[in-house]
Design a protein. Sequence first.
Length: 278
Amino acid sequence: MKEWCIVSESEPVASVVFAAGKGSRMVGFDGNKTLLPLIPGASSLYQGDRPMLMEVLGNLTPGPRGVVVNHRAEDVRRIVGEENAVFLHQPVTNGTGGALLAAKPFLESASTEMVVITMGDVPLIRPESYMRLIESLNAATLALLAFEPADKAQYGLLELNGERRVRRIVEWKYWKDYAAERQAGLRYCNAGVYAARRLPLLHYMDVLAGMPHHVEKRRGDRFVTIEEFFITDLVELMSGDGLSVAFTCVPEEEVAGVDAPESLRRAQERYALRKAGR
């Protein structure tokens, strides 16, 4: 596979945005959480202007957009507009890899060289950060956004090779048992946002489709085992085949996700400061 190709700022880039989530930790809110406002109303955090998803779409590099939907999909379609994106139904919420697999028809029909994969509940990534991520593909097949956290507990961390390329992402449940010296070498956290060359990505998506993980999830008062697919598996698949996986760092607050009222409030405060030029 050809790996190196100069990226031009004028070249269109396809984008896949994950927007299927319910936001189960948003007490008192039953909508699609990517539609929560960055500008709160006077009476509620949950009502206001500038849905997070619209901010994400506005910050992406020009090109075709595919939005992966499930919960309250019609609300997402109505607010985004059929003319602004292709909507891709994820039949069950079966992990980030499952969301990506739901976007396969969109990626197969795209004519772009490159793809960005991002999340509708991570609204503060700047346009220039997306561009730097895409430019990482000048010398890589896959690139990740990363950050250095104040506290890396619970995060998936990047394991690098001697050339500072990503070998794999090690989840907390594994690296927490590493020796202290080995833990100290794991500095960067995966932000869950990627850029990739489209054709190699499609090839490895076919491989990913045959790699389900069996995960226990609570459903009411009992646990059930479900199949999920992890987009992070692509990193080890590609690097294991000798393809280069790059990363680019951004500030932690830029890639903070919104999954609870407290994190929504912080995102709204940061958005207000940004708009005030501070």
